[in-house]
Design a protein around this ligand. Structure first.
Ligand SMILES: [Zn+2]
Length: 589
């Protein structure tokens, strides 16, 4: 997996310093080039940061000695009929509020397990209402684009481009929302399916307002506007909209993806943009956009301790519940170690923080920037990240014991105790490596209490008179391939963000001087894109909105809401991105 080191590692170190500095507009910093280069050389001598011994050789095809935080060249579209209207016209905003609110009012809740839509269409009645609502709200989209219903309720819109040689753009979202717990209903500021808009705060409230009816509606609003403006794409555009993303997409995305694959084949899509991160203000008037270009892997391990039943008046020293408890304690007592690497997409976000935000400790900012060429710096950054509850899971695998069952009666020994460990797998690890740890600890307990062990039906240690510990892996998913953070496709995405915000959104308040940088990010969870890997290497999870972190805390929780200014820029982003690909990306296959 390791990439080849450059022949001259010293050169890489200098290149890093120069590259980082050349990205700066600030001429004062340019004058510091010789100083910083000298400082790096000094640090090589005094802090054992010789690049020869400590360049981060981790792979994934991302160059480790290149600043990941850049101010990209803004990509200005010529076809620009409505970007200003979308962002600034009060009447457009009013209609947009109405369209989003209407969608939030349809309670398309899904549970963890949902019935086969062919066998139980009744369960999906609200999705039919949503389809009717979309049809009514977006008349041009529904008269000009082809709409296919995949596996009954999945939506695939196709806007045929004039040039069939160009691979289509694919945008994704989902119609479903996580259910609202009835007991929390009273805690909502406004009823969860009211779609209430509050003019004073500019917030629109309700389940799905932020995850992700807002994105679905934004995409359709952008398309409706483009059609109204007479735009004709050269490249085909697809909208693929699942209906059970919150339940792993098994009826939605899992059917949509092969349908698209059958039509366009392996690597047949130009780019995929799905729900994801947005833009955050990392310091006063400094913004960082983080299209997420990687996702951790996933696996559940179901552990069953099978022992002997009997009367509880003559118990063994440990029941299967006791054994399970000890195994759980062992697992939780040995969390996965953090391992920060510079090819982790989160490093892009960290670089932007280090370069432009005073929110991180000064020393850590310095170490982040030195990380590609200095082992000690990586160690320091790793230590820092491992101590931050909000960040540590982006640099390590995790485990969470989520379900447990055992015992039925006070006077009967529990024959079986079963629990489930949910794992999220860090990028440089694998499902196998993650599960192996569970197996090792199960073996340790099995030795101690004289039990057998089996994994997925394969016997590792013979069953004993006491019983056996069975491990079963469920829903394994390797970490997602990392999408490129440079090259022409990335530049189209980053350049659009740069232009939209720098030259449009920020111009709403010209008295403030605002900056935006575009870099990469990582998800610890998975979106529906997990079914789409074979369609393109360019998969980004991104919404064109400035997102207040406090808003994100309400997603999947009480008082979910979205701010309408953010929603408008999300529409404008989709509009502008489609135009920019058409105007600047037609020489790309
Ligand atoms: Zn979502």
């Amino acid at each position: 997996m390791a990439i080849q080191l450059p022949e001259d590692n010293k050169m890489s170190a200098d290149y890093e310093a120069q590259n980082y500095l050349s990205s700066k507009k600030n001429s004062r910093l340019r004058k510091l080039v010789p100083f910083i280069t000298t400082a790096i050389i000094v640090s090589v001598v005094f802090f054992n940061c010789s690049s020869l011994f400590s360049v981060d050789t981790s792979a994934f095809g991302v160059n480790p000695v290149r600043s990941g935080c850049k101010r990209t060249v803004p990509l200005v579209p010529t076809f620009n009929k409505s970007i200003s209207t979308i962002l600034n016209d009060p009447l457009y905003k009013e209609l947009s509020i109405e369209r989003l609110s209407g969608a939030v009012q349809i309670p398309t809740e899904v549970q963890d397990k949902n019935p086969d839509p062919l066998k139980d269409p009744e369960f999906y009645t609200h999705f039919v209402s949503l389809h009717e609502y979309l049809h009514k709200s977006f008349p041009l989209v529904h008269s000009k684009l082809q709409l296919e219903k995949i596996n009954e309720f999945g939506l695939l819109y196709t806007w045929e481009g004039s040039n069939p040689d160009l691979k289509p753009i694919l945008m994704m979202s989902h119609q479903d929302v996580v259910p609202v717990n009835k007991e929390t209903w009273e805690s909502w500021n406004y009823p969860p399916f009211s779609g209430h808009y509050e003019p004073e705060s500019d917030l629109l409230w309700g389940r799905g307002s932020n995850d992700c009816k807002n994105l679905l509606i934004a995409q359709l609003e952008a398309l409706e506007k483009l059609l109204e403006d007479g735009f004709t794409p050269d490249r085909t555009l697809l909208l693929s909209v699942g209906f059970d993303e919150e339940a792993s997409g098994i009826w939605g995305a899992q059917f949509l993806s092969p349908h698209i694959h059958e039509r366009y084949g392996d690597d047949g899509i130009f780019i995929i943009i799905d729900e994801g991160a947005g833009i955050v203000e990392v310091d006063k008037n400094v913004y960082v956009a983080t299209p997420v270009n990687g996702e951790k892997g996933y696996v559940d391990v179901e552990v069953t301790i099978s022992g002997n039943g009997g009367h509880s008046s003559i118990p063994p020293e440990h029941t299967t519940i006791g054994i399970a408890a000890e195994l759980i304690t062992l697992l939780e007592g040995n969390p996965f170690a953090s391992e920060f690497r510079t090819d982790n997409p989160i490093y892009g976000t960290l670089q932007c923080m280090a370069e432009h935000s005073t929110k991180l400790p000064k020393n850590i900012r310095k170490q982040i920037l030195r990380a590609p060429i200095c082992k000690k710096a990586r160690k320091d950054v790793n230590k820092f990240l491992s101590e931050q509850p909000a960040l540590r899971d982006l640099v390590r695998s995790t485990l969470a014991v989520d379900i447990i069952n055992g015992g039925v009666k006070a006077n009967a020994l529990p024959e079986d105790t079963k629990f489930l460990v949910n794992h999220r797998v860090i990028l440089h690890s694998s499902v196998n490596e993650t599960v192996q740890r569970d197996i090792d600890y199960a073996m340790e307990i099995a030795e101690k209490y004289d039990y057998g062990v089996s994994v997925n039906g394969i016997l590792l240690k013979k069953q004993t008179a006491n019983g056996i510990i069975n491990l079963k892996t469920i829903n394994p998913l390797e970490p997602a391939p990392i999408s490129p953070n440079d090259g022409p496709v990335w530049d189209l995405l980053a350049g659009t963000v740069q232009d939209l915000f720098e030259n449009n959104v920020f111009q709403k308040t010209p008295e403030e001087s605002k900056e935006i940088y575009v870099t990469t990010g990582l998800f610890s969870g998975n979106t529906d894109t997990k079914y789409y890997w074979n369609l393109t290497k360019n998969i980004y999870r991104f919404v064109g909105s400035i997102i207040d972190p406090t808003i994100m805390e309400t997603v999947h929780s009480v008082n979910e809401h979205v701010d309408m200014e953010g929603h408008l820029s999300a529409i404008a982003f989709v509009y502008e991105f489609i135009v920019n690909v058409n105007e600047h990306g037609n020489d790309l296959a």
